[in-house]
Design a protein around this ligand. Structure first.
Ligand SMILES: [Zn+2]
Length: 874
């Protein structure tokens, strides 16, 4: 098969020596020389390797004691350079040498410039396919080699890379050369370099491994949390894999401008500052949990991803699904009181919604080009992938699963794999034909809906499965449409082998579990023992499917909430809302469920209500019009106002984390969504104290308080937000005040925020998150969309490829059909290849939301009217 975007087979790089001279001043160029030792399978007259946006010169090839110059031909469309020589290069080991030069980039990829407090830095971000923008290389994950870097720079700069420093040379004119040791075998995307006046913490040790946190000057007091999280994670990961950390030292680097959350460069992991530099005294619990999870995720990659790497980007999930799953598992072991698997439910919920679209994709997705690889860094690869990993782990049992993964890692250490290698290892460990079960989940798009029906008069249920789609009519053949393409798309119902586990109610909160491997489309299951009081169709939310309960079962479940696990209560709400959205259940079935949660004590269960109640408030109630928006908000206050009053609006001394988080969840529902007057007033008071004296407020409430206060901004409060942002003592606080600039409602202030987006005040990494905040602000969305279109060329320079997709994903907040068409037309004339899939998903979401409003707005109005009338009568 032709592989137009792949390098020729038979040219294997063994070792790179890369020297670069870097001045982090953003206008400066950098230059270098790369010398690559290669093994050739046959004699060749040309060698092709990756290079993009670099100036190449002086190619030479050394082989069999002879050096010959090479002619350089660039192929920009393939992002490669071809080196041609006069006499054939013999098979065996040869050395290719090239000089190169580039400009420090501004788009957070390759080797790029970043600035903070007037000081200049250069950092790399090379995944997926941007090593070629840093130095000429064989930039495919299977072409692993050793790397030996050396860097010339000003003596005042600190230089970090994957390996430890071997030695340092002093040069005249205040310059130096840092020589790093050679790395173990690595894929190009894992190479790292940081240059600038960085400061490092004292090391903490995990066994013999020194761990340090690096940051820009002035953040010394913010490193202890990350050091502890890293040491605790690393020790547990070493035990889990039964294999030592492979890269000698471990540097964790807080990068002041960074596209992703973090990047697992071997031995030198890069992070956004918000995820690494925390002050535990002022960080919310949510922020601490998220930072620990991301740190652990990156460290899990040291084995899963770095030591054993997917052979090609189509198996990216092998890296990401495992690291995601593992982080929850390991951090949960470290801090069980955090109940991190509850947080996972929120991530999983987002993956469910994406995977219910027609424009979803399987976890395994063919990839031809670098931009297709970039698009795979999404919820399907990470969160759905992690859910499937979790399902397999539960199906095999944790011990067997771990044994299989350990064998897989040992066998393929420093190598590359495809999914089959993992299945084989798991089959050998378990003696079960696991491939049959997992392949469907990895290779088939979407997920099943499992309908449960009691069999009348018997202790039995009937299970049915079908693909769950956000729009159930989506895959039905249209009348009269019989084209070939269509009939191929409308294949008969897809099936999954489902490791199905149900929770059965036995009275006074006792329950038991019932397990099956459910593989047919329909199956009757007799339940041993007495007829259960209720059946919950996805115990512990262990499976990646939605259960559908009929009305009688729902009533039974609503009456037995305390007998369900908290994650099942989260699932129940989430699934029921999705069933309403897809037209499979009436909106009343969800609305009736909500009051049953007014006494809910698990904060994460309350947080689950945020998305559905937010949607009702932002889209449904305005569509119904009249007094519906007010009535909806009054209904939310009726449900949750009293519980919050009982807790108190502000934190008390010596409260448990549980209480604080519950209050935070109620503030989100009653404050941010319902804008309950007493809370809005309270937010204003708390804000005035908080922005001057940071300790006056429970950090868990800070996001809600600042957002609410910002909505009522006048020019003077806007000035206070800007000032608080500029002087924020931690990255999270800076982010909080910065995002609040997107909450303002006065058109003049919205305009000020929009104009800030084009200035260096807002770092490149934050442009899209602030735009998304503005798009979700009903007072700002119109102005924001106009701004995006008018200032596109200036904005685009400030939005790296992955973040443009995030912008596209935020656009359905514009709601109307006219906006949907405007979005489609705009991106047709301004195409963004890395956001092509996101754009299809966005179009689908616009339509789904419109359908939901059309179908259910009248029912919402009727239901709220009846509920209020009943209350007045009662
Ligand atoms: Zn990852």
């Amino acid at each position: 098969m032709a592989r137009p975007f792949r390098l020729a087979a038979g040219v294997q790089p063994l070792e790179y020596r890369v020297h670069v001279a870097v001045d982090p001043n953003p206008s400066a160029r950098y230059s270098g020389r790369v010398s690559i030792r290669l093994a050739l399978d046959q004699a060749r007259r040309r060698l092709e390797l990756h290079s993009a946006d670099l100036r190449l010169s002086h190619a030479r090839v050394h082989a069999a004691g002879i050096t010959q110059p090479g002619a350089i031909m660039l192929h920009p469309e393939r992002e490669t350079a071809e080196i041609r020589v006069a006499r054939p290069i013999p098979a065996g080991e040869v050395v290719l040498e090239l000089d190169f030069a580039g400009k420090l980039r501004r788009d957070l990829r390759g080797l790029y410039a970043a600035a903070a407090n007037g000081k200049h830095y250069a950092f790399t971000q090379l995944e997926a396919a941007d090593a070629r923008r840093f130095f000429p290389s064989f930039d495919e994950p299977a072409l692993k080699a050793r790397f030996q870097l050396s860097v010339t720079t000003d003596s005042s700069n600190h230089v970090l890379s994957n390996a430890s420093v071997d030695f340092e040379e002093k040069l005249p004119k205040g310059q130096k050369i840092i020589h790093f040791q050679a790395t173990p075998l690595l894929s190009t995307y894992l190479v790292a370099l940081a240059v600038g006046p960085l400061v490092g913490s004292e090391p903490v040790y995990c066994g013999a491994t020194p761990i340090r946190v690096w940051h820009i000057p002035g953040k010394e007091r913010l490193t202890s949390f990350a050091l502890e999280a890293a040491r605790e994670s690393l020790a547990r990961l070493e035990r889990w894999f039964d294999l030592s950390y492979p890269y000698g030292k471990l540097d964790l680097v807080a990068v002041p401008d960074f596209e992703a959350g973090a990047m697992e460069n071997a031995g030198a992991v890069f992070f956004r500052e918000t995820l690494l530099l925390l002050d535990p005294a002022t960080a919310s619990l949510q922020e601490q949990k998220r930072a620990a999870e991301v740190i652990c995720h990156e460290l899990a990659h040291m084995w899963y991803g770095n030591l054993v790497t997917m052979a090609w980007w189509d198996d990216l999930w092998l890296n990401e699904a495992f690291a995601t799953w593992m982080a929850f598992e390991i951090v949960n072991e470290w801090k069980p009181q955090w109940k991190l698997w509850h947080d996972f439910e929120h991530h999983r919920a987002a993956a469910f919604h994406l995977d219910a679209l027609e424009s979803t994709h399987p976890i395994y997705t063919p990839v031809r080009t670098p931009s297709e690889a970039t698009q795979n860094f999404d919820l399907i690869t990470y969160e759905k992938g992690a859910s499937v990993v979790r399902m397999i782990e539960r199906y095999l049992g944790p011990k067997v699963f771990r044994r299989g993964v350990r064998a897989y890692i040992r066998r393929h250490a420093e190598g590359n794999t495809v999914a089959t290698d993992l299945w084989r290892a798991l089959e050998a460990a378990s003696g079960q034909p696991i491939t049959k079960v997992v392949r469907t989940w990895i290779e088939q798009p979407g997920f099943p809906l499992v309908t449960l029906c009691r069999v009348p008069g018997e202790s039995a249920i009937e299970l049915r499965q079908e693909r769950f789609l956000a729009r159930p009519s989506a895959l039905q053949p249209k009348k009269g449409a019989k084209s070939k393409k269509q009939s191929a798309r409308h294949r008969p119902a897809t099936r999954w082998p489902i490791p199905w586990v149900a929770r059965l109610g036995e009275g006074s909160h006792a329950t038991r579990l019932e397990r099956r491997l459910f593989t047919k489309t329909r199956e009757r299951i007799s339940l041993p023992g007495t007829t259960p009081l209720f059946v919950y169709g996805n115990a512990d939310e262990g499976g990646f499917f939605r259960p559908l309960h009929d009305e009688a079962e729902l009533t039974a479940l609503a009456g037995s909430l305390a007998a369900l696990q908290p994650v099942e209560r989260m699932g129940l709400l989430e699934h029921q809302w999705a069933l309403v959205r897809s037209g499979r259940a009436k909106i009343e079935s969800f609305l009736q469920l909500v009051p049953a949660f007014s006494e809910e004590t698990e904060p994460d269960v309350l947080f689950t209500l945020r998305a559905p109640l937010g949607f009702l408030d932002a889209q449904m109630a305005p569509a119904a019009g009249g007094e519906v928006p007010e009535h909806l908000r009054a209904w939310i206050v009726e449900g949750f106002g009293v519980p919050l009053e009982r807790l108190g609006f502000a934190a008390q001394l010596n409260e448990s984390d549980e209480k604080k988080m519950r209050r935070a969840a109620l503030w989100a529902l009653l404050g941010e969504i319902a804008e309950w007057e007493p809370l809005v007033r309270q937010a204003s008071l708390l804000f005035d104290a908080y922005h001057t004296r940071r300790t006056g407020l429970d950090p868990n409430l800070a996001n809600s308080v600042v957002a609410l206060a910002a909505r009522a901004s006048t020019a003077s409060r806007y000035a206070a937000l800007l000032e608080a942002r500029a002087n924020a003592p931690t990255p999270r606080e800076r982010e909080r005040f910065q995002l609040a600039l997107g909450e303002v409602r006065a058109p003049r202030l919205i305009d000020r925020t929009l104009r800030l987006l084009l200035t260096e005040t807002i770092p490149t990494q934050d442009v899209v998150s602030l735009l998304a905040r503005l798009l979700n602000n009903p007072a700002a969305r119109e102005q924001t969309w106009t701004f995006v279109r008018r200032r596109w060329s200036a904005l685009k320079r400030r939005m790296p490829p992955m973040l443009i997709s995030r912008l596209v994903e935020a656009l359905p907040a514009l709601q109307s059909e006219a906006h949907r068409r405007s979005v489609a037309a705009f991106f047709q004339s301004h195409p963004v290849p890395t956001a092509a899939r996101a754009l299809r998903q966005t179009q689908e979401r616009f339509r789904l939301n419109a359908e939901m409003r059309r179908r259910n707005a009248p029912a919402l109005e009727r239901w709220l009217g009846e509920t209020r009338a009943a209350e007045r009568a009662g």
